[in-house]
Design a protein around this ligand. Structure first.
Ligand SMILES: [Fe+2]
Length: 262
């Protein structure tokens, strides 16, 4: 794996060594302070090229165009909230998706299945253990955002999201986020409406380079990716791990996300 990950800078396979302990501490501190951490240069330049070479032809030939209108909650309705409330404003998300079963022997799958990677993520997320999914489609996805495509404002339904950026576009495709917008006890619908009306001055932008690993706590932090401008796609990998083994999606979920059940 030392050809794939920069293990000198990010010794995720030596978590009990002083360097590993130091890395874990830094990641945890950043997660606590900013709701995320970024490991810029996590994937080596050779591995980025290899991964792009493996996913790009599949994205070009046989990706699923996943396009949908949604509100920030990805819910049809919110109890006690008037359907006309501006916190429920609909917005469009559009990207091209490929699934793990389309890139079986890729470097990305090898990384996903490397036990040290899951153990590292479990440690920084302070979970006992993380397991790969048994779902042949959902376990790992690669998304491409082409000219005009965007991931619109939303809260994640899972506690953490783990992504690896493979290619950033020339313009646009910027990750934006707004921390502390809601809590378990305060949904702050007025604040959500303000954000969706582009009137929130606390929105921050993050420009990542190719090869950056990002771990993000997105359940309370609203976030989006702005529309891509230009011919160069934004290509990103999403790794899905669970705290229990053998998790699979339902056929309905797979059809919704990927346009097919198997
Ligand atoms: Fe998200």
């Amino acid at each position: 794996m030392n050809k794939v990950i920069d293990l000198e800078r990010f010794p995720i396979n030596r978590l009990n060594d002083p360097e590993g302990i130091d890395l874990i501490e830094r990641c945890k501190q950043e997660l606590h302070a900013h709701g995320m951490f970024n490991l810029d240069g996590f994937l080596t330049p050779q591995a980025i090229d290899k991964a792009i070479g493996e996913v790009k032809p599949v994205l070009d030939r046989s990706s699923f165009l996943h396009q949908r209108n949604h509100n920030i909650y990805f819910e049809k309705s919110i109890p006690d909230l008037d359907p006309s409330h501006r916190a429920l404003t609909q917005c469009l998300t559009s990207h091209h998706t490929i699934c793990a079963d389309q890139i079986k022997d890729s470097v990305l799958i090898k990384l996903y299945e490397w036990p040290a990677f899951a153990d590292f993520l479990a440690t920084v997320m302070e979970k006992k253990q993380l397991f790969t999914m048994a779902d042949p489609l959902a376990r790992l996805n690669v998304m491409a955002y082409r000219q005009g495509q965007a991931l619109n404002w939303h809260f994640d339904r899972s506690e953490f999201t783990t992504t690896l950026l493979l290619q950033s576009p020339d313009q646009g495709g910027v990750f934006q986020y707004r921390t502390g917008l809601r809590t378990d006890s305060d949904p702050n619908y007025a604040g959500v409406a303000k954000l969706l009306n582009n009137q929130d001055k606390q929105v921050k932008s993050l420009r990542q380079g190719a090869g950056t690993l990002n771990v993000f706590r997105g359940r309370y932090t609203a976030h989006r990716v702005t529309p891509v401008v230009g011919r160069k796609e934004r290509i990103i990998t999403v790794f899905s791990y669970y705290q229990r083994p053998a998790v699979v999606f339902s056929d309905e979920e797979r059809i919704g996300f990927y346009g097919r059940a198997t």
